[in-house]
Design a protein around this ligand. Structure first.
Ligand code: C2O
Ligand code: CU
Ligand code: CU
Length: 446
């Protein structure tokens, strides 16, 4: 992790940080069954913890806040990769500093391959028809330098400029055939409602933790911070297309109006999707080798267990307000800075909030009382049962580790690795400013 300068805006250098470079980091590609050796070296002037988001590894290898690497220090580890083909990522998880450290450029993608992903007739040539797309938003001051100043701490750090794979106004030449995009919402706080400017149909093939059972045709998808989705887009017509976000669609307005009656401020983040944002311009280059086959009918088989009434149930209530009715009564209560929390507790490194049994299915019920929050769980992939009282949609019925909670969500989860009191796992809101303000808890698996 080093300091550098990077041209996020054309022609303007801004101070940044990155892994092995000035901004973002290398894509790490590894196979299921391999052990992945990594050494993190911290050449910055503050401590950084680095977490592998989406990896099923024991708590001691998870890179939570307990694993902060001091300036000039390093951490060498070997990650046993024992999970199916999927797209994960790595980013800072430093106590109360994940927001600014990620914002300045510390993040990268991790791609896991397996026999299934090798065999599927889908695009898989990295950088040609299999393209990582790390979407972030940033704000700049008058001199064009990165600006991390939060006006509304409930919203988190929202920028007005889209940075895709480290550049504004990103564009990409693609072959005249199927193109696979590994989409990562790497923004601190912004939700994206992604679609193409010509409203073309494309297929969602994977969620956070692996392939869907079958490709799901869609015209748009909402992604909250931390989520990954893989999609396949057909460019065989040779037409250019722009990946855009927003604008807000009418149905959301209607939904919000309907919900105003029941006292919850729902879909807050949806409201902030606002105007059209340009994410990535695609142009077609017929010289590039193209895959023209149609997508396979089956991509994966997902063993979805039947929910048993005897499974332990845990509830997680997400709060942003420090007040008596809904409030957070944790360690930051005395603090003038706004505190946020889960189950009336603000994150406290000295407190283990939950103790989970190894290898047993559980139901986790998450409720939001103030706006929409992406709820993320370390050390696992889970299955969504319902979102906002509706059964999970086909496009989200795959393995996930981050679920959008506009109102409520229920997931089923099982942990196959241990996490100790010394190195517990975390669950938290992936709006990084909410995480930094305490909307996070710790749990052990034993
Ligand atoms: Cu992507 Cu706990 O983080
Ligand atoms: Cu994580
Ligand atoms: Cu949140």
């Amino acid at each position: 992790m080093t300091r550098g300068q990077f041209e996020l805006l054309p022609g303007i250098m801004t101070p940044t940080t990155g892994f092995n470079g000035s901004y973002l980091g290398p894509t790490v590609r590894v196979r299921e069954g391999q052990n992945l050796p990594i050494t993190y070296r911290n050449k910055l002037s503050e401590a950084v913890a680095v977490h592998g988001h989406g990896l099923h590894v024991p708590g001691e290898l998870d890179g939570g806040p307990q694993r902060a690497i001091e300036p000039d220090g390093s951490w060498s580890l070997e990650l046993p990769i024992r999970q199916q083909a999927s797209t994960s990522w790595y980013h800072p998880h430093t106590h109360r500093k994940s927001g600014p450290q990620t914002y300045n450029g510390l993040a990268g993608m991790i791609i896991i391959d397996d026999e299934n992903s090798d065999d599927l007739p889908i695009p898989k040539t990295y950088g040609v028809d299999d393209i990582p797309v790390i979407i972030q938003d940033r704000r700049f001051d008058d001199l064009g330098r990165l600006d991390y100043s939060i006006e509304d701490s409930e919203d988190g750090m929202i920028g007005d400029t889209i940075i895709t794979n480290g550049v504004a106004n990103a564009s990409r030449r693609v072959p005249a055939g199927l193109v696979r995009l590994r989409l990562l919402n790497g923004a601190n706080a912004r939700y994206f409602r992604l679609r193409f400017d010509d409203n073309r149909v494309f297929h969602k093939i994977a969620t956070d933790g692996g392939f869907l059972e079958e490709p799901v045709p869609i015209r748009e998808l909402v992604m909250s911070p931390g989520e990954r989705n893989e999609v396949v887009v057909d460019f065989s017509d040779g037409n250019p297309a722009m990946l855009v976000s927003g604008p807000r669609i009418q149905a959301v307005d209607d939904e919000r109006r309907r919900d105003e009656g029941n006292g919850r401020r729902r879909n807050r983040e949806f409201g902030r999707l606002g105007d059209r944002l340009e994410i990535l311009q695609f142009t077609v280059d017929s010289e590039l080798p193209a895959i023209r086959e149609s997508l396979p009918r089956q991509l994966n088989s997902i063993m979805r267990p039947i929910v048993q009434s005897g499974w332990p149930v845990r509830r997680f209530d997400l709060f942003m307000k420090n007040n008596r009715r809904t409030g957070v009564f944790g360690v930051f209560q005395h603090n003038t800075e706004m505190s946020m929390g889960i189950n009336r507790q603000s994150m406290d490194m000295r407190v283990i909030n939950e103790r989970v049994r190894l290898g047993e299915w559980e139901r986790w019920v998450i409720n939001s009382f103030d706006g929409s929050h992406p709820f993320h769980v370390h050390g696992c992939s889970f299955l969504v049962v319902s979102q906002n009282e509706r059964p999970v949609a086909a496009e989200d019925a795959g393995w996930k580790d981050t679920v959008r909670v506009d109102d409520s969500a229920e997931i089923i989860v099982r942990f196959d690795h241990k996490a100790t009191d010394e190195f517990p796992y975390m669950y938290h809101c992936h709006i990084l400013e909410h995480e930094d303000r305490g909307m996070m808890g710790q749990f052990t698996v034993a």
